[in-house]
Design a protein. Sequence first.
Length: 397
Amino acid sequence: MTDFDATRAMFHLPEGVIYLDGNSLGPLPRGAEARVAKAMRDEWGEMLITAWNKAGWMEQPRRVGDRIARLIGAEPGSVVMGDTLSIKVFQALAAALALNPDRRVILSDTGNFPSDLYMAEGLVQMLGDGYELRTVAPEALEGAIDASVAVTLITEVDYATGRKHDMKRLTDAAHAAGAVTVWALAHSAGALPVDLAGCNVDFAAGCTYKFLNSGPGGPAFIYVAPRHAERARPALAGWLGHAAPFDFEPSYRPGAGVERMRVGTPPVLQLVALEAALDVWEDVTVDDLRARSLELSERFIAGVEAACPDLALASPRDGAARGSQVSFRHPEGYAIMQALIARGVIGDFRAPDILRFGITPLYIGTAEIDTAVRILGEIMAGGLWDRPEYRTRAAVT
């Protein structure tokens, strides 16, 4: 049984703050500060460039990738770190299209994260030759998978509402229609059980700065199913994806397996922070995490609906159809969220009207849930959000 009191103690949590935004940026793991300082002092400081060999910096993306693999049901050696989620989505899409050269359609849904859709738009525009991005409503996705679809691009958990797609069902449907699958795991990895191998997924990508707590701008990961690893062609053929980077050959020759999906120089210090963050997971069972997340989410939903009748639940009511976040709608959602933050309850806002709350059992318990509900109820009952300073939009919402 996972000890969530023990995991809570492993995070720096500011006094007087209830943090319900770990689905956007996870808090600082206490071990990360010392670990990064040590890497700066003892590795960068003392070893200088020799640390690429002596400190194992060059192997870091694969080593950390194997630790991520355990949390997403991936085979050892099938995950590598580096770059951003958008870049990894682009690589996965391009490689998937190359595996299905007689088709031209990328199918996604209108609830997908806009950046993923932007990357798909840019790719099809670059390729030309009849390639297209086709989007349908989330609930219509399965019925839209037909013989014209080359690749499905699906984010398992919706960034705004927390709605969760059925990975196994949609992957099976895609394969039955002859399509290749790409799954985005930004709101899945570290939030709920994921079984990429068991679902027979082809490609997946995810970020680490949300539920995996690697810090702002933390590196992304890409998964390539072992059956594709020696055939996948990365559109972004970077020098560290080359079979022999330090031979400096004039033409690209892909590295072995998922290593070919490396692009540029790895962000060493951010990977060090991620390694420290992953230490939190050593004694955590993802099934325990999911059960606790659902328990806390149900408590939050019941409390908010009782205290705040003007807020409408935007997330699926069925916990099995929801990730590890809860969203409510209100026309003045931005101002309400700013009023909450001013009272020490941090969530976030997503246009046009969504108040979004991450439920992260690693450091959130019933006391925080109940206090957040009470404060939100006070704000709504007293109209305390209706102040000019709460309506002024900041650059990040």
